[in-house]
Ligand binder design. Structure first.
Ligand code: DHB
Ligand code: MG
Length: 219
């Protein structure tokens, strides 16, 4: 399909199934105005995460990579009032944008932003209670480290989602020199061989282009 056609399909699906949402649209507009990169998940993808949280009955969600909290809002709306999304963000400026977006969306009380590099923050979460759903969407080079922590901080049945596993087809290039793609290839290989996970992945075509998500369960 041409970009024109798949964007038209994405717009159709978004209009038909997601609809308009002022809190989410303002969050994205503010994030872009603040100069954060426009790499938040597509609306259809955000709703997918939201539905997964509900299907899993998740009460405690871990997100690695907050950016402006667009996906965080979707996840927080999918958990009960007494649930929590712990979301890790390396950039303090991004975390400030995220905090204001979360509070304006009316779900700030359900979200705990931890500012710092995820590799340093994740060990501090051990012992706080396990997570029912983990969404990994940060620096792709560290994806295997994040998956290892997802298994440790999860429990049998924890749902794990890894964003950006397709990368315009580059993921299937064994000679790729792109460190982000290499990090994602290592993550997919880990999901395929590590007995702590059972996993699959789906290619996606949406307004961000040709990419994909991996989904796994902690065994
Ligand atoms: C990039 C990162 C993402 O998480 C994403 O969804 C799209 C792009 C990036 O770093 O380019
Ligand atoms: Mg992403």
């Amino acid at each position: 399909p041409t970009p024109d056609l798949w964007r038209r399909v994405d717009a159709y699906l978004t209009d038909t199934l997601v609809g308009h949402d002022p809190a989410l649209e303002t969050a994205v507009a503010d994030q872009h105005a603040a100069g954060l990169p426009p790499i938040e998940v597509a609306p259809v993808n955000g709703k997918f995460l939201h539905l997964l949280a509900r299907i899993a009955g998740a009460r405690r969600v871990l997100e690695i990579g907050t950016l402006g909290a667009y996906s965080t809002i979707w996840l927080a709306r999918g958990i009960p009032e007494d649930g929590v999304v712990v979301t890790i963000e390396a950039e303090p400026d991004n975390a400030a944008v995220a905090r204001s977006n979360l509070d304006r969306a009316g779900i700030g009380h359900k979200v705990d932003i931890r500012v710092g590099r995820a590799e340093q923050v994740l060990p501090t979460l051990a012992g706080e209670g396990s997570f029912d759903l983990v969404f990994i969407d940060a620096d792709k080079e560290s994806n295997t480290i994040y998956l290892d922590w997802a298994a440790r901080l999860g429990h049998p049945g924890t749902v794990v989602v890894v964003d950006n596993i397709g990368r315009g087809g580059e993921v299937a290039n064994p000679a790729t020199m792109n460190p982000q793609v290499i990090g994602t290839q290592r993550a997919l290989e880990l999901l395929g061989r590590d007995p702590r996970f059972d996993a699959t992945a789906l290619q996606t075509l949406d307004l961000k282009g040709w990419d994909g998500v991996a989904i796994a369960i902690v065994v």
